[in-house]
Ligand binder design. Structure first.
Ligand code: GLC
Ligand code: CA
Length: 542
């Protein structure tokens, strides 16, 4: 196969990127686990969908202590998912279809099975092998500090000789010591390794971690600022020194033609996000603000204005996302009743009730999800879609405890149900052993209602959510020009903006139908009422 890799260095600025969680996308050999040949078999589907790029979540050798974000070897493929040769085939097949490939890179921590960590465990206290991680002595039986891991429980784990190592996530994910030159060098090697294989970009996992201020005595967690308000003073998150690392990465990424793109996953205040997204740094950063905004006019308007302004400051382009492998699917979130206390509806309480309490208004959730995606796809910047959202897929709330694998579930002792509900293998066919996921079963239990959401059920239905996504991506491709928008102000519940070239997007967050301006409707997320735009609906006009 010849690769037709396009050379536009700015391709990522307004790209539509589709996230594949490889273990749950398509299984080629019937072992119940999605794999690279499975993804290859679905490249025609991805091409028909009309995306610009795939972001592939970790496919590296891993014990799956954290769904693959515990990496044993950064420069290989998990044998259960395939081989490097399969990977090369995937790159070629995607490029042939004009689709770029972004891979996930996990620099804050390795897995506890990584050769460096095994060496550290086999070596004694104070040895150079332990220097690549963060080993410290505790006080008697107590860990070196009272810090909590993100998934719950202590951030320190004890090894046989009594020392402790830091893990900001699961104990199987020891944090690397980024002061160590070998650690820095090795990640540059990894960036080159995948770039040489034709990868177009990288998604950088917890990009705001890495650099830590670890002088002792360690401050107690009670004195630490909240992660979201870190502002460069938190010892563990978003320290300014991290940008030195990304400057080095950028130099490596720029050795390629076109330069490899990178997008930071950085949970930092909006004003500090720009540093990650600078041209000397990674270039782009996720913003989870729309994902965390309730379905309300004010919130959406504020988030969009703020993010466009911030992205404009440093010549980056904004990102938009509603769903990913870490959150309850937005078609479900939008169908949950509003929390009376006004906190963001993340759906976690609903998950804890196994999807029974409160009742999800599935129809409303889907209606809003459809309106939301047209709104997002009309915005300047790049849009990240998560596998299955193009089917309007709901979160699986009813997964049995035996299926749960998320360290967030175990480490919180069940106070969180975890993230499997959005990672259930997606349905391709109406029936069959695993709804077409593969010739065998599925590693997570697919509910009976999955068949109705399948690709097969939706493909020929012109009104289906899959058809809406396909049309929207095709129309967007034709209308997309400059990376800017102008607001059209009217009422406080109709979000209306125009893009260069006369493309208009109008979303009605209000309860009653509203008049549409005089222009041709090219697409709407649901049926219009005469020439009016109903509640929770978006229309594109030109
Ligand atoms: C990121 C990933 C998440 C993972 C965590 C630790 O937030 O998206 O899935 O658990 O990093 O690597
Ligand atoms: Ca498989």
């Amino acid at each position: 196969m010849t690769s037709t890799q396009p050379t536009d260095p700015d391709w990522w600025r307004q790209a539509v990127v589709y996230q594949i969680y490889p273990r749950s996308f398509a299984d080629s050999n019937g072992d119940g686990l999605g794999d690279l040949q499975g993804v290859i078999s679905r490249v025609p589907y991805l091409a028909a969908l009309g995306i610009d790029a795939v972001w592939l979540s970790p496919f590296y050798p891993s014990a799956l202590a954290d769904g693959g974000y515990d990496v044993d070897d950064y420069r290989d493929v998990d044998p259960r998912l395939g081989t490097l040769d399969d990977f090369d085939q995937l790159v070629a097949a995607l490029h042939e279809a004009n689709i770029r490939l972004i891979v996930d890179i996990v620099p804050n921590h390795t897995s506890d099975r990584h050769e460096w960590f095994r060496e550290a465990l086999a070596s004694e206290k104070g040895s150079p092998a332990r220097e690549r991680y963060i080993f410290r002595d505790g006080e008697g039986d107590q860990p070196p500090s009272d810090w909590d891991s993100v998934f719950g429980g202590s951030a320190w784990a004890r090894v046989e000789d009594g020392q402790w190592y830091l893990h900001m996530f699961a104990a199987e994910q020891p944090d690397l010591n980024w002061e160590h030159p070998e650690v820095r060098e090795d990640f540059l090697t990894t960036l080159r390794f995948w770039s040489d294989r034709g990868v177009d970009g990288f998604r950088v996992d917890v990009a705001h971690a890495l650099v830590k201020e670890l002088s002792e005595p360690f401050p107690s967690k009670t004195t630490l600022p909240r992660q979201s308000e870190s502002n460069g003073v938190h010892p563990l998150w978003d320290r300014d020194g991290v940008h030195e690392i990304y400057r080095e990465w950028r130099q490596v990424l720029n050795e390629y033609d076109p330069p490899r793109s990178a997008v930071a996953e950085a949970f930092v205040p909006a004003a500090r996000r720009a540093r990650y997204a600078s041209a000397e740094g990674l270039g782009q950063a996720f913003n989870f603000d729309l994902l965390q905004a309730d379905w309300e006019y004010d919130k959406f308007r504020r988030v969009i204005e703020e993010n466009l302004a911030l992205a404009g400051q440093n010549g980056s382009s904004s990102t938009w996302v509603f769903s990913n492998h870490d959150v309850v699917r937005h078609a479900t979130r939008y169908g949950l009743p509003k929390d009376p206390s006004g906190v963001w509806q993340d759906g976690k309480a609903w998950l804890l009730s196994n999807g029974t309490e409160p009742t999800v208004d599935v129809e409303l959730g889907l209606r809003r999800a459809r309106a939301a995606v047209l709104l997002m796809l009309a915005l300047p910047g790049s849009a990240y879609l998560y596998q299955g959202e193009e089917l309007g897929l709901q979160e699986v709330g009813e997964l049995p405890a035996a299926n749960l694998q998320d360290p967030a579930y175990f480490r919180s002792k069940g106070a969180e149900k975890g993230r499997e509900g959005c990672r259930v293998p997606i349905p391709w066919t109406v029936g069959g052993l695993s709804f077409g996921f593969g010739p065998g079963g599925s590693h997570l239990l697919q509910p009976k209602w999955f068949g109705a959401y399948s690709v097969e059920a939706q493909e020929k239905d012109l009104e289906s959510t899959l058809s809406l996504y396909r049309k929207a991506l095709a129309v967007r491709r034709g209308l997309q020009t400059g990376n800017s928008l102008s607001w059209v102000d009217g009422t406080d519940w109709v979000l209306h903006f125009t893009r260069p070239g006369g493309w208009q997007s109008i979303t009605n967050f209000g309860a009653a139908p509203v008049e549409l301006p005089e222009a041709a409707v090219v697409l709407s997320s649901g049926p219009l009422e005469g020439d009016k735009l109903p509640s929770d609906t978006t229309a594109w006009l030109i």
